[in-house]
Each structure stands twice: as C-alpha cells, then as structure tokens.
Design a binder for this molecule. Structure first.
Ligand code: DAH
Length: 350
C-alpha cells in the first residue's frame, strides 16, 4: 500500500473518531443538525476528504471509495441514533411543560350584527302584536316604488339624486313602502303585515349610506282609525325602548298617507330632560325628543291604485329606519360603524 492511500484511509478513520467524540456537543436537535452539516454537508468534512480520492492511483481508487462509503455510513448511523435520543428527550420536556389543569381555549364564536339584532327584535314585537311577515324584491318597478304610492312622476322623491335606477322603469327600492302595494295586490283586507329589508338611495355622507334597512308596517280593515295607529305604535315603541317611554305625534307629510305624522319618543339618553350632567343632551340636542318613525292613514289614492274600495276600508301605515333605532338603542354615535365590520365593534354584541 503506498503512502497516498494510507494517509487517505487514516484521514477517513480519524473523521469517524472525530464525529464520535463530539456527542456531548449536540444537546439539541438544532445543534445536531449543525453537526450533520459539518460532517456530511455538501462542503462538509467527509466531502473534503472525498476530494482527495482523485489523487490516488487508479488501482487504489476502489479501496479508497469503499472506505469512504463505510465511514459515511458509520457517521450517519451515529447521528441518527443521537437524533432519536434527542427528539425523545425534547418531547418529554414539552410534555412536562404542558399543564393539564389550565382552562381550555374557547373557540372563537361570531355574533349577530347589531342591525340584525334590532331587526329581529322589532319583528318579534310586531309579530307579537299580530302583524305577519312579508318579503319582496330589492329591485323594484317604478309603479310599486312610486306611482301606486301616490308619488307622481314630478315628485321630488323621484329625483335622480335620490333614486338608483336600474333602467328607466326599474329602480333599487328607495324604501320598503312598495311592500304595501305588493301585499295589498295579493289579497283582500283585513290585513296586517310588516316588511323588513334593505333599501337604497343615492346618498353617502356622515349620516347617510347608499344602502340601509327599513321596516314597513301596514294594517287595513273596516273602521281603522288614527287612534288604532297611535295605540299600536305606542305599544310597539314601549316594548322596544321601555315602558316609561313617552310618545308624541307631530304632523308631517308623506304622499301615501293622509293625514301623516312623524313619531318622536322621549330621548333615550336624557329621558326627556334635554340635559345631562348640566350640559345639553347630545342625542336630542336639548329638545328632550328624538324622531323615530313616519306614519299615517293610508291615502285613498293608494287604495284606488290596488283596487281596494276606499269607502269600505281604512288603514294605517308606518315605516322606520333600523340603523337609526340601533344607534338609539345601543348609543352608537356614528352610522359608518355598521358597515365597516370592525370586529372590535361587532364582538360587543355577542
Ligand atoms: N317610506 C318612508 C321613508 O322612506 C317612511 C314612511 C313614512 C313609511 C310614512 C310609511 C309611512 O309607511 O306611513 O322615509
């Protein structure tokens, strides 16, 4: 055996010994990985020794190659054994850190949107008073949304500024009132329906969003009076805002009701005093009242458009904005909160 082969084989032997002596150095899987790279990596110690193989005589290369493979196998076996030991130790340590007496983590639960909560509550109260639920399309024809509700073509409510048109005769409903028409066309009195849902307007600023929610109410029968309207709405509002809530009817105008009124309730924040802690109430601006809905006795023209006999029947209707009620009930100061979907806001309603 010549010197070159001899020193090649010795080098490989000492490599194996070197590796074996380093056991204490690998105390973690990470350190062991480093050791593996040092010995078996692409530029590691074994690869460097193998580089010398080229210098051997052609007749000695097979012996050199064989030895190199043995040493590689030997080092691999060593490192694998250490790895098995270390991973067992590490999972043991992880287990001893696990405290089975700790309370578990609760799964994240969603919550209903405040608009949904208020919508559901309003529907519950009104169905409790005997109203039936009705649903209709958000894409509505001009006749249902305007004409049949006694809103003639020149009426300002039709202005391009308010209405989102799909085509000349088709609109996104600007209110839930067309559900009055759809309900009456479907059947004859007596009838008491509510229709909650989305409505759309070309309006977007601090206090208006292009989409918001309303609920419509309609009751038609023989001898329905303004007293019935007042009694119904007072009961409704008191269930929603509390039994001590004061109710006030203020004369107003809507094309589809005559007479018409807007309903105010005593302020939810100051209770009607107009001031709180010595300063003007920010919700009612000192008046003691907040507006909550529009209502009135169904205009005979509306009955005529659906073929009801206006001499035989009378009825009342009302409509209110859900976001507005939610703001009053929960003391939310900014309409945009409803549409930003910030979880920090939403999770308060869980
Ligand atoms: N539709 C009206 C609006 O969007 C609300 C309304 C007022 C509905 C009076 C009614 C009513 O049924 O009688 O502002």
């Amino acid at each position: 055996m010549n010197d070159a082969l001899k020193s090649f084989l010795e080098g490989l032997d000492s490599l194996a010994q070197d590796c074996e002596s380093r056991k204490g150095q690998a105390c973690s899987l990470k350190e062991l990985d480093e050791l593996r790279i040092e010995f078996l990596g692409r530029k590691g110690k074994l690869a460097q020794s193998m580089g010398q193989l080229g210098r051997l005589d052609a007749t000695e290369k097979p012996a050199g190659g064989k030895k190199a493979n043995e040493v590689k196998q030997c080092i691999t076996t060593l490192l694998d054994a250490w790895q098995a030991e270390l991973s067992q130790a590490e999972s043991g340590r992880a287990l001893s850190r696990f405290d089975p007496t700790m309370p578990g983590r609760r799964p994240w639960a969603g919550s209903l949107h405040p608009v949904t909560l208020v919508m559901d509550e309003i529907c519950d109260v009104l169905t409790g008073l005997g109203f039936e639920h009705a649903a209709g399309p958000e894409v509505e024809n001009d006749w249902n949304n305007f004409e049949a509700l006694n809103i003639p073509p020149e009426h300002p409510a039709r202005d391009m500024q308010d209405t989102l048109y799909v085509s000349e005769r088709i609109v996104l409903r600007t209110h839930t009132s067309p559900m009055q028409i759809r309900s009456m066309l479907k059947r004859q009195p007596p009838l008491a329906v509510i229709a909650p849902g989305k409505v759309y307007r070309r309006d977007s600023d601090l206090t208006h969003t292009p989409m918001f929610h309303q609920i419509e109410g309609l009751l038609v029968d023989h001898n329905v009076s303004m007293g019935d309207l007042r009694g119904t709405l007072t009961a409704f509002v008191r269930q929603l805002f509390g039994a001590r809530t004061e109710v006030r009817f203020r004369p107003s105008f809507f094309p589809f009701t005559e007479p018409s009124a807007e309903v105010d309730i005593s302020c939810v924040l100051c209770g009607g005093a107009g001031s709180r802690d010595g300063s003007t109430c920010r919700v009612c601006k000192g008046t003691g009242w907040v507006e909550i809905l529009g209502c009135g006795m169904v205009d005979p023209n509306v009955f005529r458009s659906v073929g009801y006999d206006a001499e035989l029947y009378t009825g009342f209707a009302f409509g209110l904005g859900i976001e507005r009620v939610a703001m009053l009930k929960y003391g939310i100061g900014d309409l945009r909160m409803f549409f930003e979907n910030d979880v920090r806001f939403l999770e308060q309603f869980a």
